[in-house]
Design a protein around this ligand. Structure first.
Ligand SMILES: Cc1cc2nc3c(=O)[nH]c(=O)nc-3n(C[C@H](O)[C@H](O)[C@H](O)COP(=O)(O)O)c2cc1C
Ligand code: SF4
Ligand code: SF4
Length: 288
């Protein structure tokens, strides 16, 4: 029986949904599938044992057009291998060339360690920052993503190569942008704060994937190792956490992807003024 191990990081659930669908996709082809959270590997010091698998997959969200710093850290701690086939899947607020270079820095690193990344794909269910899509759009994106994941699994199993490419202009521009956002985004964690609604339940401290939150002198504090996942912001039961300056990052009604997907919405009409640019192409074109 062939086997695949999938390592993923998800801040607010989109990538987790996708990772579980990828698991199902491979299981349908009779693969033995292991799915592991990157934060568990780092927090619990788990062994990263890729040798006994035929394929390795890595999934995470696009953050600041690049990679969340927790995933860089994970890749740095991956073992060197002689040759291992690997695929990468990402989730993003939008599928567009502006995000196509987002995996380049890790593909280079992985290749130096002996991994051959032969396939990458970006999925979009919804944006979890600034502006949430309409629930009906999210549901349609989710359905389209389900189809695309089945296609991805088949193509990966068949060994088809798929590496996202852009023109040289976008490549140079976005490489520059990512080299800046990579250092700036972790600092934005220092802009987070918990207000007086906080009841000190400790949930944010326990759930932060990078151990960036602590309590000192009866106050919730944030350090410099934030990976900008926004999990603490959306999961605080008292809605006490927000940015001080970057308040527009937080979607005002909160963000709970499982709740949105679980609603019966199919009869609801799409408001054409609120359709994201990539939407029609994404739901109608399986190669996107
Ligand atoms: C701080 C931050 C930065 C983001 N940057 C981008 C980006 O550069 N491009 C993009 O398409 N989406 C961006 N997004 C949206 C997420 O990539 C997207 O919603 C993703 O599916 C969230 O995955 P998760 O729920 O697994 O964390 C960003 C989200 C956050 C919170
Ligand atoms: S999750 Fe919210 S209420 Fe609980 S300790 Fe953190 S900020 Fe306070
Ligand atoms: S502080 Fe909040 S946004 Fe930053 S890594 Fe922790 S949970 Fe994510």
């Amino acid at each position: 029986m062939k086997s695949v191990i999938i390592y993923y990081f998800s801040g607010t659930g989109n990538t987790e949904l996708v990772a579980n669908m990828v698991k199902e996709g491979f299981t349908n082809y009779k693969y033995r599938v292991s799915v592991v959270k990157i934060e568990d590997v780092l927090k619990k010091n788990l062994e990263i044992d890729v040798e006994k698998y035929d394929l390795v997959g890595i999934g995470c969200q696009v953050i600041g057009f690049g990679i969340p710093n927790i995933v860089y850290k994970f890749i740095n701690s991956m073992p060197k291998v002689l040759h291992k086939k690997m695929f990468i899947f990402r989730t993003a607020g939008g599928v567009a060339p502006i995000n196509y270079n987002s995996s380049r820095p890790i593909i280079r690193k992985l290749s130096k360690k002996g991994y051959e990344v032969f396939y990458e794909r970006i999925f979009s269910i919804s944006s979890n920052w600034i502006d949430k899509f309409d629930d009906i759009i999210i549901k349609k994106l989710y359905e389209a993503t389900t189809k695309k994941i089945a296609i991805m699994c088949k193509e990966v199993i068949n060994g088809e190569s798929r590496i996202l490419k852009t023109g040289i202009g976008i490549k140079v521009l976005m490489t520059g942008v990512v080299s800046i956002t990579r250092w700036i985004f972790p600092l934005l964690g220092k802009d987070l704060s918990a207000n007086e609604l906080c009841n000190h339940c400790g949930l944010c401290i326990r759930n932060c994937p990078t151990r960036n939150i602590y309590e000192s002198n009866g106050k919730i504090k944030f350090n410099f190792s934030c990976c900008s996942c926004m999990r603490c912001v959306y999961s605080c039961p008292k809605t006490a956490i927000n940015y001080r300056l970057f308040t527009f990052f937080r979607i005002s009604d909160g963000y709970n992807i499982k709740k949105i997907i679980g609603q019966p919405l199919n009869e609801r009409k799409i408001n054409s003024k609120k359709v994201p640019k990539f939407y029609y192409n994404y739901i109608s074109n399986d190669t996107m």
